[in-house]
Design a binder for this molecule. Structure first.
Ligand code: HEM
Ligand SMILES: [Cu+2]
Length: 537
């Protein structure tokens, strides 16, 4: 086994970090930025939660509440749910998993990172009181085009920069997968994470321009007097909703597919079984990708769209449950008869799959027009998407951070903090979001700081706040674990989980040149999930 040529991360100088084109460093930059933004935006969520504990206004004025909610939604969706997977893990893992030296265009990759960094700076500017954006992450006109909505322009530029970054990354990753695979790596022995990552980037490539178009027209309407969305002058606010959701529905798969990838890497490793139904999983991923562009009107069932459109998109939405069900079935199939080892990454993966299952099941009623008319814009929806996106995603990411921590840092994440943080996060999230759905079903609308003092509602809100506190504590413990692992963690073996996958066959932390000058030698019968031998850890 080769030695690492230099200490790749901690030992690198500031200059090396600033000018780096190394996919691993860029991945770590993305991931750490996304993590810090996650902490701040999660804290915004806690304040929003505390404000709703009792009826009346206690902590924050409604105007500021709108800013917190906008920041919470937009930053968690774009930074935590996209940048951490695609920019962070995608960059770090893609070349390692396919046996490449770097991505296809390392300088373009650095450009992606800097565009993203620029967007991060713009987000920080919104912290200044005069710069608040208050139109919610969806930015619907006519409100967003009005003076009350705050600095719409800043929002638009943030989307533009994130968009440039995403498109460049998508081109880069897709090319890397097609052109840079080590001889012997093919479509049928590629890691599920890579399949999911490439599918997600295909969605980015097709979808991001649509979102960029939607917000550009908004910018022109608000500041230059055009009338794309102004019905008084022949425009149509529904145009915004259509163009916005054409991307913003598929984006949920950009966000969740890489997490499916994490589950699919972690579950076989800790069940010591090959991934059940590997090929059907690949079809499911691409099925979801294709279908994802056929369902956006389910976000507009109450917006006044024609019935035929509602009916078609109601069916297509329910159809997506099929490939999704296949995946859940396959993870469970992998567990069946396996020698299950409940280390913390596995706990997080199983917890994430559970959250996804609840989120998926509560999504089916939303897809039915007759039911959605009643629960649209209620806290039921917010509870649903925190299950499916918020928490399935966060648990999956936490599991992934612990799992690949050794390869990224050369240290082990402390197992006890992994377990404690898991149980706190898992219990807290369920208390919080389950009762959020219940109060939503009783009629509590979303996005309001206040509600009528109905005793039953007050109790339900109190439970949610307790849940959010436990969840917050879990995130805190997890974060302490990262710091402890970094500064005082045990030295990591090269392959602590005895994984078959390529990224574990090199030293920890991954050396600067990955596999050296040559592609790694891939045996003809290589498969990332070729398990069978009982592990010794
Ligand atoms: C870290 C713990 C989190 C807490 C405490 C939290 C809390 C909240 C609360 C209280 C709301 C407001 C619901 C309402 O009254 O309308 C909300 C909305 C929202 N959250 Fe979270 N959340 C968390 C994590 C996440 C994550 C991980 C994501 C995404 C990946 C997310 C995405 C959103 C979105 C998109 C909204 C809707 C904003 C809007 O209506 O425009 N949240 N969250
Ligand atoms: Cu959708």
């Amino acid at each position: 086994m080769r030695e690492a040529i230099s200490v790749p991360y901690f030992g690198a100088s500031l200059k090396e970090w600033l000018f780096t084109t190394d996919h691993k460093k860029i991945g770590i930059l993305y991931l750490s930025t996304a993590y810090i933004f996650f902490l701040v935006a999660g804290f915004f969520g806690l304040i929003i939660r505390f404000e709703q504990t009792s009826p009346g206004i206690q902590l924050v004025q409604p105007d500021f509440y709108n800013y917190l909610l906008t920041g919470h939604g937009a930053v968690l969706l774009l930074w935590w749910a996209i940048a951490s997977h695609i920019g962070g893990f995608g960059n770090f893992l893609l070349p390692l998993m396919i046996g490449a030296k770097d991505v296809a265009f390392p300088r373009l990759n650095a450009l992606s990172w800097w565009a993203f960094f620029g967007a991060s700076v713009l987000v920080l500017l919104t912290l200044i009181p005069g710069n608040h954006i208050k139109m919610m992450w969806t930015g619907y006109p006519p409100y967003s085009a009005s003076g009350d909505a705050g600095v719409t322009a800043l929002y638009v530029f943030i989307i533009h920069l994130v968009g440039v970054s995403s498109i460049a990354t998508a081109v880069n990753f897709i090319t890397t997968y097609i052109k840079m695979r080590a001889p012997g790596i093919n479509f049928w022995n590629t890691n599920m994470f890579v399949h999911c990552l490439i599918a997600a980037n295909v969605i980015q490539l097709v979808g991001v321009p649509s979102l960029a178009g939607a917000v550009t027209m908004l910018l022109l309407d608000k500041y230059l007097g055009t009338n794309f969305y102004n019905p008084a002058k022949g425009g149509d606010p529904l145009l915004y909703q259509n163009v916005f959701w054409f991307y913003s529905h598929p984006v949920v798969y950009v966000q969740i597919l890489p997490v499916f990838g994490f589950f699919s890497e972690i579950v076989p490793t800790f069940a010591r079984r090959p991934l059940f139904g590997y090929k059907s999983m690949i079809f499911a991923v691409w099925g979801i990708t294709l279908l994802s562009f056929e369902v956006w009107i389910h976000h507009m069932f109450v917006s006044g769209v024609p019935d035929w459109a509602r009916v078609i998109m109601s069916y297509t939405t329910i159809l997506i449950a099929v490939p999704t069900g296949i995946k859940i079935f396959n993870w469970i199939g992998t567990l069946h008869g396996g020698a299950i080892i409940l280390r913390s990454p596995m706990l997080y993966a199983l917890g994430g799959i559970f959250m996804f299952l609840i989120g998926g099941l509560t999504g089916i009623p939303n897809a039915m027009v007759a039911i959605d008319l009643g629960i649209s814009d209620s806290l039921f929806i917010v509870g649903h998407f925190h299950y499916v996106l918020g928490m399935a995603l966060t648990l999956g990411l936490f599991g992934a951070i612990i799992y690949w921590f050794p390869k990224m840092t050369g240290k082990m994440y402390p197992e006890n903090l992994g377990k404690v943080s898991f149980w706190l996060t898992f219990i807290g999230a369920n208390l919080f979001y389950f009762f959020q759905m219940v109060v939503g079903m009783l009629g509590n609308p979303r996005r309001y700081p206040d509600y009528p003092p109905i005793p039953e509602w007050v109790t339900l809100h109190n439970i949610q706040t307790v849940g959010a506190l436990i969840l917050g504590l879990g995130v805190l413990v997890f974060t302490i674990g990262i710091l402890k692992g970094l500064f005082a963690g045990e030295k990591a073996p090269d392959n602590p989980w005895q994984s078959q996958s390529l990224e574990w066959q090199i030293p920890s932390p991954a050396p600067v040149d990955n596999f050296g000058e040559e592609h790694p030698k891939v045996e003809p019968d290589y498969h990332p999930y070729k398990y069978g031998a009982p592990p010794v850890f």
